[in-house]
Ligand binder design. Structure first.
Ligand code: FES
Ligand code: FES
Length: 160
């Protein structure tokens, strides 16, 4: 019988308690148990970034963290960030700049981009590229993604 642990975490503001198999990854728990399928699974070994979510305010790879390790923590997914309006400027900029094609990488890109915009308001174009270096896109060639994020950073700097 698979070992499981009682686990309580807050997901997008809602407290969730489940008995979780000890070896289940956070991304699989979010997608399969909670139906939060906005974050995707790609490589499943920490390379592509499509499973990026936020845990206690920091971005993590959902495929590298066990769900039971989120016990007592706050997890935010693309659904939560979208519903709260936190990533509205980025979503609008991605749309305007055509920064997505198939959209598979987009949730992870937006979560990573939001982390940059929130924590490094003065980021250069080079710094944007560096920050996104762990998020792979098979479609866009990255130029439009970097353009969209730069637009948001510049617009915010102009407001201050
Ligand atoms: Fe997690 Fe690729 S699925 S980094
Ligand atoms: Fe298709 Fe990025 S838009 S993988």
């Amino acid at each position: 019988m698979e070992y499981a642990l009682d686990t309580t975490l807050t997901v997008n503001g809602t407290v969730v308690t489940r008995r979780i198999p000890a070896r289940q990854h956070l991304i699989d728990f979010l997608r399969e148990e909670l139906g939060l399928t906005g974050s995707h699974t790609g490589c499943e070994h920490g390379v592509c970034g499509t499973c990026t979510v936020r845990v206690d305010g920091r971005i993590v790879r959902g495929c590298l963290m066990l769900a039971v390790q989120a016990d007592g923590r706050r997890v935010d997914t693309i659904e939560g960030l979208s519903d709260s309006g936190e990533i509205a400027e980025l979503q609008e900029a991605f749309h305007r700049r055509n920064a997505l094609q198939c959209g598979f990488c987009t949730p992870g890109m937006l979560v990573a981009a939001h982390d940059l915009v929130a924590n490094q308001p003065g980021a250069s174009r080079e710094r944007i590229r560096e920050h996104l270096s762990g998020n792979y896109c098979r479609c866009t060639g990255y130029q439009a993604i970097v353009d969209a994020i730069e637009d948001v950073l510049v617009a915010r700097r102009q407001k201050t």
